[in-house]
Design a protein around this ligand. Structure first.
Ligand SMILES: *[C@@H]1O[C@H](CO)[C@@H](O)[C@H](O)[C@H]1NC(C)=O
Ligand SMILES: *[C@@H]1O[C@H](CO)[C@@H](O)[C@H](O)[C@H]1NC(C)=O
Ligand SMILES: *[C@@H]1O[C@H](CO)[C@@H](O)[C@H](O)[C@H]1NC(C)=O
Ligand SMILES: *[C@@H]1O[C@H](CO)[C@@H](O)[C@H](O)[C@H]1NC(C)=O
Ligand SMILES: *[C@@H]1O[C@H](CO)[C@@H](O)[C@H](O)[C@H]1NC(C)=O
Length: 947
């Protein structure tokens, strides 16, 4: 309301002003008054013009206002981006007699354009771009433009034609009318603007031919007619605009040939003729335009070969020839264009191979898709690559993807799709750390996806669809946390889907249709809404996403069939010499049902066990037992359901009859590396079988066997002995000796066990574990996973450590994998796991051992959760020791039975072992010596039992 009354008051003032003006200082008052009236006409929702106040006689300090320092009169009004709207108040502006520049761009002014505005005699620059002005440009506008030099009406809603008298504004040097709805033919009067240096008429609706006479515009530096409906041939005299630096005629309907006069445009740096209908061949004289930096001939009807003269354009940075019908090969002579950074040759009919200069220059984006290039792809090893985008899709390349591609370290997008590439995807693809997009779809690739793919941490999109790829999906893929889309449809992938995939936070498309995947579809996150079409045609997938229940327990057992072992029954898995002699057929009809092991959804597997000597196996005499499928015909045993069973002991009693059942009832426990079952061999001897859940992470069979054989050679009274293993690509079992006494964890923390461990027994356990670790470290094996549930007690109370060395089976021994695999071991994990700069050594076992000591001494878990507190055992004990109250924390079941001269050194040892800094922790061999010393010190109650 107040603004209304203010403006009407001012209006009144304004009307009276001619009569009052003489009495006051005319200039100053005029400016203040003009600005206030101008302000009164508009809306200022962001209050940017709050300081514009009629009581302030010094408008030169108002925001957006600039004065001539000599006259102190307002010379510039620059209100660009002030969020103003409403009408442009010309009445107020006309008071600003000295105004030279008016910029109201990037606001939301609306309404028509008033020709009155050009009555401002001093106005040189008028910029009304990027507003919502509308209506036509009034006829009288250009006729009164006096000394206007720069006019921009760009990015408004002006419509109608350009007035025919546009040429009368002869002072105009720059005119920008782009991005409006202007239409009709270009008036020939336009070319009368012979002072014009810049003309931008782009993105309007102009039509018809370009009128003749453009040669009169001899001052023109830049002209854009881009994005209109202009047609016909270009005016012959365009080459007369000798100073032209930038010529943009893109997105029109121009046709015919390029006028020969264009070869005179030797100043031209930017030439775009894209998206027209220019035809015939590119003239040879193009090479005359020596200063060209940007040349865009894309999407026309050019044909024939690209003239060799293009190699004379040595300043060229961007060359776009896509979407024509160019033929011939990509000329080698372009090696001379040393400044090129972007080339786009796509959608033409180029033939031949890749020219070598593509990989030698400073090129960044190389697009050659949809041509007829062929032969194998040859890439030189690159020292300093700059290429970020390489698109060779839709050609006829064949042969393998060259190894050298991994030397293009700068690569972000690699598209080799729709070619005839064959062979494997090489592991060194993992070296391309910047890759965001891989598209190898529609080729003839075979083999499996290398687990190194997980090193591509920037990867967003992976497309390997329509190939002949096999194997399982490496779980390492889930390390590429930026993945958004994965398409591996139409291949022959098999195995189960890594659960970790559901951890990918940005995944929104995962197409695995038309493969041979089996087992459960991961759940959580993206996978809860995955469309069925992304999973279709994988007959053995299960889970709610495919409306098929996953079998909880596989009912059908694996039958070890005694009658299927004649030599000609053998598969390729067992070599003939393997079977040639001593065909002692073991009449085992053992049933092994892999309970909860939906991993192998293949159902029934018949296994024949052959007891054969293997020369290569272990130092001691060993027996290999090959397992064959009973249901599949002998000669066609597939890899998925045949396997290899190896027992290191080769003891004859193993071949006696028994049932061995792996199912849920026999489950002993679960750990970071797998589930453990108890089974009984034919001779009644129990064994523990660990089914590796990290199976899909396991490396090749060779690597697996190498690690396992190394572990099998380790024999120590305090280590659980590895007795054998079973291998198929989808399932790995480790066979361990069975220990009847249960785990240390049970003894310490589960009250159900009747007899609690005495001090003597506990000390024996500490010493035994120490000896086993010292032995492992001597063999350069890090346990990585020591915890009380991994310490087993045999019938006579001897501790045996299990689960050692299995981290070696993981493809990447990095701390992320290890800490996620053994996260159950909360409290035992040495601090350096969280610290990327510290190397993980065997000292991490020493730490875990220290925690174990404290656990044994106190009977408390390494970390306990209280109501609103987390209690970390080693911190509590460190404090207690400092305060001399450690004895209060000794397990109540022991209290009174432990002499202080034994208790204190053992607890101290535990604290030293849990030092934060790895180098402060003792070696395990030193630990053993210390413990032996404690046990044999004078008067020790435990001396007799040791060693
Ligand atoms: C611009 O003004 C019009 C009315 O004149 C209004 O509808 C529109 O929302 C405004 N736009 C912005 C971005 O303020
Ligand atoms: C014309 O104005 C538009 C909008 O302000 C701008 O984007 C464009 O660059 C201008 N044209 C030239 C040639 O300066
Ligand atoms: C491209 O050129 C070739 C040979 O000059 C011709 O056979 C073919 O028809 C042309 N294709 C198109 C789409 O014009
Ligand atoms: C890469 O460097 C090697 C020697 O360091 C040199 O022989 C070779 O020519 C270089 N290659 C390229 C493409 O520059
Ligand atoms: C796919 O691989 C199989 C063998 O793994 C081979 O028999 C078949 O010919 C391959 N198919 C193609 C299209 O290369």
């Amino acid at each position: 309301m107040s603004s209304f009354s203010l403006s009407s008051l001012l209006l009144l003032l304004l009307l009276l002003l001619p009569f009052l003006a003489l009495s006051s200082e005319p200039g100053l008052n005029d400016d203040v008054l003009g600005l206030i009236v101008f302000k009164a006409d508009l809306q200022d929702p962001s209050s940017k013009l709050l300081a514009w106040n009629e009581d302030d006689e010094a408008p030169c300090r108002w925001p957006g206002v600039l004065c001539d320092p000599k006259t102190s009169l307002v010379s510039e009004l620059s209100l660009s981006g002030f969020s103003l709207s409403g009408k442009i108040g010309v009445r107020g502006l006309l008071r600003l007699r000295s105004l030279r520049k008016l910029s109201l761009s990037r606001n939301n002014f609306s309404g028509p354009l008033s020709p009155e505005i050009l009555r401002l005699e001093s106005l040189r620059t008028l910029d009304l771009s990027e507003n919502s002005l509308s209506g036509s440009i009034p006829d009288g506008f250009f006729s009164q433009c006096r000394s206007l030099r720069t006019l921009s009406l760009a990015n408004n809603d002006f419509s109608g034609e350009i007035p025919a008298n546009v040429g009368s504004c002869s002072t105009l040097a720059a005119m920008n009318l782009s991005s409006n709805q202007l239409s009709g033919a270009l008036p020939s009067g336009l070319w009368d603007l012979n002072a014009l240096r810049m003309l931008d008429l782009s993105d309007n609706l102009f039509s018809g031919e370009v009128p003749a006479g453009v040669h009169r515009m001899f001052n023109l530096r830049s002209i854009s007619l881009r994005g209109n409906r202009l047609s016909g041939i270009l005016p012959e005299d365009i080459g007369a605009c000798l100073l032209l630096k930038s010529l943009d005629l893109g997105r029109n309907s121009f046709s015919g040939e390029l006028p020969v006069s264009m070869q005179r445009l030797s100043m031209c740096q930017y030439l775009s003729l894209s998206s027209n209908s220019f035809a015939i061949e590119v003239p040879h004289w193009l090479g005359e335009l020596r200063r060209l930096q940007f040349l865009d001939l894309s999407d026309n009807k050019f044909s024939g070969e690209v003239p060799d003269s293009i190699s004379e354009l040595t300043a060229l940075k961007e060359l776009k020839l896509s979407g024509n019908n160019f033929t011939g090969s990509l000329t080698e002579s372009m090696a001379a264009c040393k400044s090129l950074s972007d080339v786009d040759f796509s959608r033409n009919s180029f033939t031949g191979g890749i020219p070598s200069w593509l990989f030698q220059s400073t090129l960044q984006r190389v697009l050659i898709s949809e041509n007829k290039l062929s032969d194998s792809l040859r890439i030189p090893k690159m020292n300093h690559s700059t290429i970020t985008v390489l698109d060779l899709s839709g050609n006829a390349f064949s042969g393998v993807i060259p190894d050298e591609i991994s030397s293009i370290q700068s690569l972000q997008s690699l598209n080799l799709s729709h070619n005839a590439f064959s062979g494997h995807i090489h592991a060194n693809i993992g070296d391309l750390r910047s890759l965001e997009l891989i598209d190898f779809s529609h080729n003839l690739l075979n083999g499996s996806i290398p687990s190194e793919i997980g090193k591509l941490i920037s990867l967003k999109s992976l497309n390997l669809s329509q190939n002949n790829l096999t194997g399982s999906l490496p779980p390492t893929l889930a390390n590429s946390m930026n993945l958004q889309t994965i398409d591996i449809s139409h291949n022959k992938f098999s195995g189960t889907l890594p659960k970790q995939l559901s951890d990918l936070p940005h995944l929104h498309s995962f197409n695995i249709s038309h493969n041979l995947f089996s087992g459960p579809v991961p759940t959580g996150h993206f996978f809860d809404t995955i469309p069925a079409s992304s999973l279709s045609d994988n007959p053995n997938l299960c889970g709610s996403a495919v409306h098929r229940a996953c079998p909880a327990v596989l009912p059908k057992p694996i039958v070890l069939n005694p009658n299927s072992s004649s030599p000609n029954n053998s598969s390729h898995k067992a070599s003939p010499e393997f079977l040639g002699h001593k065909k002692t057929i073991l009449s085992i009809s053992t049933l092994i049902a892999i309970g909860a092991a939906a991993v192998i959804a293949i159902g029934v597997i018949g296994i024949t066990v052959l007891n054969l000597r293997v020369r290569s196996m272990a130092p001691h005499s060993a027996a290999a037992l090959a397992l064959f499928d009973d249901n599949v015909s002998r000669s066609e045993t597939t890899e998925a359901n045949s396997g290899k069973l190896v027992m290191f002991s080769g003891e004859p009693e193993f071949s006696a009859g028994a049932h061995a059942v792996l199912n849920k009832d026999c489950e002993l426990g679960r750990g970071g590396f797998g589930t453990v079952y108890k089974t009984t061999l034919k001779d009644g001897r129990p064994v523990a079988i660990k089914k590796l859940t990290v199976s899909s992470m396991v490396k090749s069979q060779d690597e697996f066997e190498k690690v396992i054989k190394k572990l099998a050679k380790i024999r120590h009274p305090n280590l659980v002995a590895l007795e054998g293993y079973y291998w198929t690509s989808s399932l790995q079992l480790l066979i361990y000796e069975f220990l009847s006494g249960g785990s240390l964890y049970k003894h310490l923390h589960e009250n159900s066990t009747s007899n609690t461990l005495s001090w003597r027994e506990r000390f024996n356990i500490i010493l035994g574990v120490a000896r086993s670790l010292a032995h492992l470290h001597q063999l350069n094996i890090i346990h990585y996973n020591l915890k009380s549930s991994n310490v087993l007690i045999d019938g006579t109370g001897v501790p045996k450590v299990g689960d050692y060395g299995l981290a070696k089976l993981l493809p990447m021994l990095d701390r992320y994998v290890i800490s996620s695999k053994i996260q159950s071991a909360l409290g035992y994990m040495a601090p350096e796991f969280a610290c990327r700069t510290v190397k993980i050594t065997e000292k991490c076992d020493v730490y875990a051992f220290g925690v174990l000591i404290l656990e044994i001494m106190t009977g408390r878990r390494p970390v306990e959760y209280m109501e609103d507190d987390v209690v970390v055992l080693c911190d509590v004990m460190r404090e207690a020791m400092e305060e001399g109250k450690a004895d209060e924390f000794v397990d109540v079941k022991l209290q009174g039975c432990v002499p202080a001269e034994e208790m204190v050194p053992v607890i101290k040892l535990g604290l030293i072992c849990t030092s934060q800094v790895p180098s402060n922790r003792p070696e395990m061999s030193e630990v053993v010596s210390i413990l032996e010393l404690v046990s044999c010190s004078q008067g020790s109650s435990i001396c007799a039992e040791i060693s």
